[in-house]
Write a protein that binds this ligand. Sequence first.
Ligand code: NDP
Length: 246
Amino acid sequence: MTIHGKVVAITGASSGIGEATARHLASLGAAVVLGARRTDRLDRLVAEIEAAGGAAAAARVDVTDPADLRSLVTLAIERFGQLDVLVGNAGISRISPIADLDAEGWSAMVDVNVKGILHGIAAALPVFRRQGSGHLVTVLSVSGLKIVPTQAVYAGTKNAVRTLLEGLRQESTDGVLRTTSISPGLVRTEFIDHAVDDPALHEHVRKNMADIGIDPMAVARAIAFAVDQPDDVEIGDLTIRPTRQG
Ligand code: NDP
């Protein structure tokens, strides 16, 4: 089975990379099951995908709540009979030097970016094992590959997940589970709007994103590439960044 006919759940599907991934995979014939907190946006997206002839469903998901991830997986099975892929895409960033001691922001990043992925694994893994197949795709960041000032904690959360996935991969060589880490560079989304309070820094990052950021569909295509592989092929890591990003 390639993408067509697969059932793909996506967290953080209400905007940016998650939304683009939902649209793209649905256009390629996947049934998409969308989770995020802004349900008005999810409902609009479901309606648009269905109007275009695709299959979609949505649920309110806060990835910091393990029960919400279980509900998302249950929705996939109830509506479409199975879950083939979970795209752990929901993520947040709070940009500031460590010396600013933004303990609240640190906790929020750990809760969403790390625990959110673990909650997804806990919800999906038993289903993947029962089915005899499943694919876990996570959206990490090149911030974890090129560590820069003000993004150390964010990078740390993304690299924690990179480590988790490698461990999970090594524990899963029986052919049931595939894992993929996608590391985008600057992508033109709403991401930065919630990441920076300082107006000057916000304007700097926003301008950089507007100048060189790539379309979220570029990341969606990379996710589709990983999902589209035959069962015995695992795409481990993909990096997608603007050609002009340093
Ligand atoms: P957006 O801000 O557009 O999307 C983030 C998504 O995450 C939204 O759908 C939001 O939905 C969801 N989200 C945030 N918190 C929660 C939560 N607690 N529970 C459920 N969903 C949540 O940004 P992007 O599309 O850019 O971000 C997607 C991923 O890409 C993130 O993991 C980010 O770290 C990563 N990334 C982004 C880059 C960029 O330059 N844009 C670069 C590298 C990586 P809602 O608010 O409705 O819950």
